[in-house]
Design a protein around this ligand. Structure first.
Ligand SMILES: Cc1cc2nc3c(=O)[nH]c(=O)nc-3n(C[C@H](O)[C@H](O)[C@H](O)COP(=O)(O)OP(=O)(O)OC[C@H]3O[C@@H](n4cnc5c(N)ncnc54)[C@H](O)[C@@H]3O)c2cc1C
Length: 455
């Protein structure tokens, strides 16, 4: 296997995990990010779930009706804002095509296979490097407050079991036995599903710990560097144009380049004629210090009705006198409305109201921190991993709702593909003989001095 210099664009979950596995295979690796630290954008404050067994994509046969019902509702779990944005309408049409039973089944299989591989890769990495990121390995409990939704839970649970996941339908009383903090909410509960093998943990702490390990192993990080363009010569990637912290332009050249810029990946790929089907889906999270440890949940939870996930991050006090921390993270909702990251107070209030309703007194609301992040969502929820149509450019992007769940498996698989090694999981990687999914744009407009791929 020839050793190469590989540029990784983006220091989120996907960029850093790719950099780690590339370095492990012996390559020289440089990571570029516009922020001053790893995991400062979408990987900053997500829901924390490693949820292999709750992998139903947004696009499913019931979705079109639900999306229509939610149109214009500010607190809707999935809000499609009607605006004059051709990328949004294109994405919406592709989303509808993914809602057939056949496409949904195919997408679930892809997502679960990658998720199962990714979770075991994360576990091996955690053990090998001794990573601490407030992980909890006591499963995920998905609870229902609507009888009809609970009655419909058996079919997806059976499908997950057929794919090798342990997902069991349980009664409301069993749910409270697993998570006693649900006692207060017991009258509203209609039932639950439980997946003991799933996990949770703070994605930002993980990414930063892994980035430190990468730096110690010789990976070079260029923070405060903005990627301004990808330039091709003769149809192949030639160099990456960046501005550094002082605003000076630089050209970065490597043998291979990985695009892992999350929701910004399509904007950089488009001038090369690559139309990546990724649209930003804005989500919210609220982080609260624990106020009453006995009222706070221990198990990672999913609230089916409000489409919210709940994780608890407990950091023990450090040996050097560093104080410990105990935090509740609640995350969810999706709004398709471009790249804006403004906080909508209606959405923030809806999340806090639900937390208080379910777990009164558990979190300190006076010290709540609110956050939004832009999930790089594909219409199918299946990420884009592998070689693009531009020689020298690889993709590891479009992980949508499951970027934390899929990070380690995606990073390891792409590092192996770039190295000419077979991936260890059966997945539709880009540019491979079985089911290549390459996204050329029709007639990309000619711009600046770059050589463009048309059609
Ligand atoms: C509210 C919410 C809850 C979520 N909950 C979960 C969950 O429970 N489980 C789960 O599996 N997933 C979850 N996710 C999804 C997960 O967080 C994302 O899929 C993942 O963070 C995407 O990682 P990324 O590396 O692709 O993108 P990012 O983390 O956004 O990384 C991209 C990097 O590229 C950099 N960048 C962008 N443009 C440029 C440029 N021009 N020049 C230089 N640098 C640039 C950015 O600074 C950033 O660091 C959630 C997401 C949200 C928003």
């Amino acid at each position: 296997m020839p050793l190469m210099h590989v540029l990784v664009l983006g220091a989120g979950l996907l960029g850093v995990s790719t950099a780690h596995f590339l370095r492990q295979l012996g390559h020289e690796v440089t990571v570029v990010d516009r922020q001053s630290a790893a995991a400062a954008e979408t990987s900053f404050a997500n829901g924390g779930q490693i949820s292999v067994s709750h992998a139903e994509p947004w696009a499913n046969p019931g979705a079109p009706w639900k999306v229509l019902k939610w149109l214009g509702r500010e607190d809707a779990p999935l809000l499609f804002r009607l605006r004059a944005d051709p990328a949004l309408w294109r994405w919406g049409l592709q989303f509808l095509r993914e809602c057939t039973p056949g496409r949904t089944r195919h997408n679930i299989e892809q997502i679960v296979r990658l998720g199962t591989y990714s979770r075991s890769t994360l576990q091996a990495l955690r053990a090998a490097l001794g990573l601490q990121y407030d992980q909890r390995t006591q499963g995920i409990l998905h609870f229902y407050t609507s009888l009809s939704e609970f009655n419909a839970a058996e079919a997806p649970a059976a499908q997950m079991r057929a794919l090798g996941c342990e997902r069991h339908v349980i009664s409301a009383d069993e749910a409270v036995r697993i998570e006693p903090a649900l006692t207060h909410a017991r009258p509203q509960l209609t039932g639950a599903t439980y997946t003991s093998e799933d996990e949770s943990g703070d994605a930002q702490r993980f990414t930063r710990a892994l980035a430190s390990a990468c730096a110690a192993a010789g990976v070079r990080f260029l923070f405060n560097h903005q990627v301004t363009a990808l330039r091709t010569v003769g149809g192949a990637l030639d160099h990456v144009e960046v501005t550094d912290a002082t605003g000076r332009y630089q050209r970065l050249r490597a043998d291979a380049t990985v695009l892992a810029l999350g929701s910004w990946s399509p904007l950089l790929a488009q001038p090369l004629g690559l139309r990546l089907p990724i649209y930003p889906a804005k989500g919210y999270s609220v982080t609260l210090p624990v106020a009453d440890a006995t009222a706070a949940y221990q198990t990672s939870l999913t609230d089916d009705e409000y489409k919210l996930v709940f994780s608890r991050f407990t950091t023990p006090a450090g040996p050097d006198g560093q104080p410990g921390e105990d935090r509740l993270r609640i995350a969810g909702t999706a709004e398709l409305n471009g790249h804006a990251r403004d906080l909508n107070p209606v959405r923030c209030a809806a999340i806090v109201r639900r937390v208080e309703q379910l777990f009164p007194g558990a979190g300190d609301l006076s010290r709540a921190s609110y956050w939004t992040g832009l999930r790089p969502a594909t219409p199918s929820n299946v990420p884009l991993i592998g070689a693009s149509a531009v020689p020298g450019l690889f993709l590891n992007t479009g992980h949508g709702t499951l970027g934390w769940t899929h990070a380690c498996g995606s990073g390891k698989s792409l590092a192996r593909l770039i190295s000419g090694l077979a991936p260890e999981v059966d997945f539709d990687f880009l540019g491979r003989a079985a089911g290549p999914r390459v996204y050329p744009a029709p007639a990309a407009p000619a711009r600046t001095s770059a050589v463009h791929r048309q059609g």
